[in-house]
Design a protein around this ligand. Structure first.
Ligand code: ZN
Length: 184
């Protein structure tokens, strides 16, 4: 009297999970391939490096302002600006451009910048590797990034990532002569 359940129904039930599994596998493969293309496309990766470099420079700028707030609104002496930020707790890797092959620091300070300078005066910029580096345009370095370019930080705290060479002529390394003359 023990009747077995009809076989046709159970085999139809089994085919549904198989179709679903194939569908899910196909979706997983498509998602994985899309992610791989996005993550490993050279352009995307170099943009990530550009942004990471810019973020580090922004963080160094925030640390310089914290340092100034503790020292009568003066930046640390240019010849020890890196040491001063380390004393303030800035991690050593913050001084490295993520695209640079050599360190320990890939940024330099403009010694003419002052917390009271105009907001568009350059404060830190991407440079040759070194430590406590300071100076002018001769130290600018655009070779850490795949397509060229470098990160710049200004006295007002904003950062820019610039490419090409057009921007070099527009950089402001000190308050302009008109405002210094008015101050004298
Ligand atoms: Zn960089």
């Amino acid at each position: 009297m023990n009747e077995e359940p009809p076989k046709t129904a159970s085999s139809r039930d089994r085919s549904v999970p198989v179709v679903a599994a194939i569908g899910v596998s196909a979706i997983v493969v498509i998602v994985f391939l899309s992610l791989a293309v996005l993550l490993f496309r050279p352009g995307t990766r170099s943009r990530d490096v550009d942004m990471a470099c810019n973020k580090r420079l922004w963080e160094l700028g925030a640390a310089l302002r914290r340092n100034a707030a503790k020292n009568d609104w003066q930046y640390p002496p240019p010849e020890r600006w890196c040491d001063a930020l380390v004393e303030l707790g800035v991690e050593p890797e913050s001084f490295r451009c993520p695209g640079a092959k050599r360190g320990p620091c890939n940024y330099a300070m403009n010694p003419h910048a002052d917390p009271c300078s105009a907001g568009d005066v350059l404060l830190l910029f991407e440079s040759e590797p070194g430590w406590n580096l300071f100076g002018g345009p001769e130290l600018l370095c655009t070779e850490n990034h795949t397509h060229g370019g470098c990160s710049l930080l200004f006295v007002d705290g904003h950062t820019e990532f610039v490419e090409g060479t057009w921007w070099q002529a527009e950089l402001k390394w000190a308050d302009d002569e008109e405002s210094s003359a008015a101050g004298d």
